[in-house]
Design a protein around this ligand. Sequence first.
Ligand code: NAD
Ligand code: IPM
Ligand code: MN
Length: 360
Amino acid sequence: MTQQSIAVIAGDGIGTEVVPAALDCLHAVASAHGLTFDLVGYPWGSEYFRAHGRMMPVDGLETLAAHDAVLLGAVGVPDIPDTETLWGLLIPIRRGFEQYINLRPVRTLAGVTGPLSTTEPIDFVIVRENNEGEYSEVGGRMYRGRENETAIQEAIFTRQGVARAARFAAELARGRRGLVTSATKSNGIVHTMPFWDEVVAETVADVGGVELEPVLVDALAAKMALKPWTFDVVVASNLFGDILSDLGSALTGSIGVAPSANLNPERRYPSLFEPVHGSAPDIAGKGVANPVGQIWSVVMMLDHLGHADAAHHLQASFEAVLAGGISTPDLGGTATTAEFTRAVLTEIDGRAEEFTATGS
Ligand code: NAD
Ligand code: IPM
Ligand code: MN
């Protein structure tokens, strides 16, 4: 196999802390499996914006397109509007590379206690439609200077866009427990949602062998807080999926543990791997950020790049550290980012034989 190439954008805030931690883990696990990657860092983010007035160069997407995957930390700082930072980097990559699936696993990790008093294990995956829906640029405008200032945006749901997300979710559920829960809101005057329901139902039926449970998103949020172990695959529009994924991760302990894969399933363009969390300005620079979401995103990237053994090895290593009682303050522990990462590196080393027996 020719050497795979990974673009690395650490970004802002704790992105610059958890990305190096995750890269240390990547190097260690790659070397245990005889893999080498061509890692190319791009200094794109808010500092770049201050210097150049944009978040990435004009040909940024072309530059990234030459890589096999993109690993992102997080973007956003308190003194530059998110409409510059996020709209200038993350959103254009997701759209430009047709990463229409945002896959977000939500799973109980041994050694980590969430806010729920139950011991019932949580294990579901959110399939978030990632290219359209409420995150649409169509009609985005503000009418200023009138008595009742007005902001307008049109939500765009296309048959193709909804169907491909629903198909992905149904196929995923077929290999799991066979249940797709669809987040809807067809009771409110949300004109897109009856259409969402119709296309999801048709698509899931077409895949076959999967039960479909449409649930109004408000009730779904409550059910997720009360009985999260009942979900298998949750398919949701862009905005609903965004909100449900922070809720899901919090139920498993912290938003700091949640990973995500922004996938272009056809592999015409690179996919992007990033934690669910943001740049966390409140803890940035303190060295206490939880690197698990970023490390788990590297696991998803390794899997996507065809290195299942290395992915399992890294997953088992960070999970063993948590199970052994080492964690960062967001999970109630006292470890710094560096201490946690060192513990993961020790586990990677100690488990090399277990995971390299079949090669990678
Ligand atoms: P956030 O996820 O950055 O932080 C929310 C809370 O969770 C904070 O209290 C933070 O300290 C905590 N937290 C987050 N990640 C953590 C980790 N790894 N370890 C420990 N604690 C962690 O969300 P926010 O505060 O709403 O957003 C901050 C900035 O990040 C904003 O500019 C926002 O737009 C941006 N953002 C970027 C991305 C991205 O780049 N993918 C994602 C979400 C938010
Ligand atoms: C996420 C984030 C982004 C989103 C923001 C930062 C644009 O919250 O990845 O969940 O809304 O998609
Ligand atoms: Mn979010």
